[in-house]
Design a binder for this molecule. Structure first.
Ligand code: ZN
Length: 239
């Protein structure tokens, strides 16, 4: 039956959509990820755990209220492929949907209770121009749409265009992310609870640097939580 009707037309009319993980056509009411892939999703459940492995990564570095990642970023599998495509290739349209999904799941653990502002990790303006979108901004949009919490895309500025993290060794990542953020208007953040949003947690150096910059600019009068789409499993289990 489906071969008789062009899929593009059906999708355009909103009757069907294609699951980004397995590419199978699904009914729209099933959500943007099909039922089978949802069951198979490498959810971390971190939003239900206090002192979870992600929160522990910030211990002794910078005070963090809560931290959670929606998915584990595993070394293989369809889910790894879809996260990679979102981060590096053209599947930016997934960003807002993933953000919405993050918010829906994290809210089950009260993650956004008392949060005032959603702040994505910024790209350097040159990098943003190259890529034409900031994947963390798209996630932040989706989170905001679900929670109703406002976003602020101008609260943090990236002042240095450090090399892509994936090309660096662990120690170099920390060196290259020191002092790369600037807070132009600390008043917009002082006294508030902010959730910093990033796409994939690897070494945590970028998020730590950003949180430190905010903390310093607000003289410590700020609460910071961290939300990421995915977390590299090997980074959190090595110790
Ligand atoms: Zn699927």
């Amino acid at each position: 039956m489906s071969t008789l009707f062009p899929f593009g037309w059906l999708a355009a009319l909103g009757f069907v959509n294609s699951c980004p993980v397995c590419n199978k056509i699904t009914k729209r009411e099933q959500g943007f990820i099909c039922f089978a892939c949802s069951l198979d999703a490498p959810y971390t459940d971190m939003w239900l755990m206090r002192d979870n492995p992600l929160e522990q990564r910030f211990w002794g570095m910078v005070p963090i209220e809560r931290a959670a990642s929606l998915l584990w970023y595993k070394s293989q599998g369809q889910w790894k492929k879809v996260i990679h495509q979102f981060k590096y290739h053209s599947k930016h349209f997934l960003g807002e949907k993933f953000g919405y999904l993050m918010a829906a799941e994290f809210s089950k653990g009260g993650f956004f209770d008392g949060v005032d502002l959603i702040v994505p990790i910024p790209l350097h303006p040159l990098r943003r121009l190259q890529r034409q979108y900031n994947q963390s901004e798209l996630l932040a949009h989706g989170i905001s749409r679900y929670t109703g919490i406002p976003t602020n895309f101008k609260a943090v500025r990236r002042t240095a265009n450090n090399p892509p993290q994936a090309q660096l060794h662990y120690n170099d990542r920390w060196r290259h992310t020191e002092n790369i953020f600037d807070i132009p208007n600390p008043k917009a953040l002082t006294g508030r609870h902010i959730v910093i949003v990033d796409d994939v947690f690897t070494s945590g150096s970028t998020l730590t640097s950003c949180a430190k910059a905010i903390y310093k600019a607000c003289n410590g009068d700020v609460k910071i939580s961290v939300a990421t789409l995915a977390a590299a499993q090997y980074m959190l289990q090595e110790e």
